[in-house]
Design a protein around this ligand. Structure first.
Ligand SMILES: [Zn+2]
Length: 255
């Protein structure tokens, strides 16, 4: 594992677009910000469960986009699922390597903008998400990083039925790649088990809804927000995201 990984935004967007369009996905531009088109892709398979994956919300967290690229280059889309994919929600932040979007576009943490919708990015994104109804996603996965943690962790929002055994399965798969975060309190949340924040479907900040709360409030019954530790090498944290996504999909739908 000595490959040097680095997110080159323009190249990433082209590669992602080629892979998705080649697989038959329909692309829709839902916002244009700073010369970048924000795109949502839909690959609809009849009678297949719908899964929505988003990355690139925080511009200083490139592991998510790179993991998505790796998943698409592998066999993600060969699974018999309907996929909705937003590969880059914050292109201006990613180009500047900032958590927020570019200053001239608000300098806002867009993962707190799903109620107020102060940014063109999230306003367009919500409009796009609303159109997924009636074939709306039953599973939402988003890929992030954490600059403070030393291990892997995730948020689960579950409105469909508790499955603690799924945690065991995920951790068992992840342990070959990365240790779970050992702290009992992560990001001000007490963990349920190591690296597992079992989060209610309510926002920590009433007016600052993140994407996962928006999804839960709009009928998506299950979501995972995966957090890879920025302190570790890029290839390491990308590998953990790839395993996490595949593990959830394997658990829910078989491999
Ligand atoms: Zn993030």
């Amino acid at each position: 594992m000595s490959v040097v990984m680095n997110l080159v935004l323009d190249q990433y967007l082209k590669q992602i677009d080629a892979l998705l369009v080649q697989a038959g996905a329909v692309c829709e531009t839902f916002a244009e910000v700073g010369g970048y088109a924000l795109k949502g892709y839909s690959l609809v398979r009849e009678n297949a469960p719908a899964v929505y994956i988003s990355t690139g919300m925080h511009g200083d967290e490139p592991a998510g986009p790179l993991a998505l690229l790796e998943l698409l280059e592998d066999d993600l889309l060969e699974r018999n699922l309907t996929f909705y994919i937003c590969p880059c929600l914050n292109p201006t932040g990613l180009s500047l390597k900032t958590r927020e979007n570019g200053l001239e576009f608000g300098g806002i943490d867009m993962n707190r903008d799903y109620i107020l919708q102060q940014t063109a990015e999230i306003t367009g994104h919500v409009r796009w998400l609303k159109k997924l109804v009636p074939n709306s996603p039953e599973l939402f996965i988003s890929l992030h990083e954490d600059w403070e943690s030393g291990g892997y962790y995730f948020y689960e929002i579950n409105c469909t039925g508790d499955k603690p055994e799924r945690y065991e399965y995920l951790v068992d798969r992840l342990k070959d790649v990365m240790l779970m975060e050992a702290e009992q309190v992560i990001d001000e949340h007490e963990v349920r088990r190591e690296g597992w924040i079992y989060h209610e479907a309510e926002s920590d900040i009433p007016e600052g809804w993140p994407e996962a709360i928006y999804m839960a409030k709009n009928g998506c019954p299950l979501s995972f927000t995966f957090e890879s530790p920025s302190a570790l090498a890029m290839n390491h944290r990308v590998a953990a995201h790839v395993v996490a996504v595949n593990s959830v999909l394997d658990y829910e739908y078989g491999d």
